[in-house]
Design a protein around this ligand. Structure first.
Ligand code: 5GP
Ligand code: ZN
Length: 137
């Protein structure tokens, strides 16, 4: 993808603060961190989102999230860790190259990753169960 910033960062064409690199992934520090140590896991190949990334790659990305999350916890002494992965503009995705956020959390930090719980009504439950099971085939 010629115009993709994360392709350029992942390939090394554009420099970034790299915590880890192998033949498939680069892990960098986010330029606009939610907290100290906020990192991004980037596959070196371009996949726009979770729907497009192959199964074996997304599996490896999760294994890497475990490795990096453990290192962040040990190195920075964070009290928690959010693994966040946005798909589509409506979900807050701004860079359309698959990536996973690793966001170290510290007691009483003001990082806002919460929502107001709604209510699972019987109608909603019935509709969603029916439609998603149909989609799964
Ligand atoms: P999204 O909102 O798509 O899930 O996340 C994109 C993330 O990439 C944001 O947290 C943003 O701060 C980060 N970001 C955008 N451009 C750059 C960049 O050029 N370098 C780095 N290191 N992070 C970037
Ligand atoms: Zn890309």
């Amino acid at each position: 993808m010629d115009n993709c910033i994360f392709c350029k960062i992942a390939s090394g064409e554009i420099p970034a603060a790299t915590l880890y690199e192998d033949d498939l992934f680069r892990v960098i520090l986010d330029l606009g961190p939610a907290s100290k140590g906020h990192a991004l896991i980037l596959p070196k190949n371009h996949y726009a989102n979770l729907y497009e990334i192959p199964d074996e790659m997304v599996g490896k990305a999760m294994v890497l999230a475990k490795k990096m999350g453990t290192a962040l916890k040990e190195a920075l002494g964070c009290d928690g860790l959010n693994v966040v992965q946005n798909n589509g503009e409506a979900a807050g995705q701004t860079v359309f190259h698959f990536h996973m956020h690793l966001i170290p959390r510290y007691q009483d930090d003001q990082v806002g990753l919460s929502w107001t719980p709604g209510t699972l009504t019987d109608k909603m439950k019935a509709e969603v169960l029916e439609k998603v099971k149909k989609a799964l085939g």
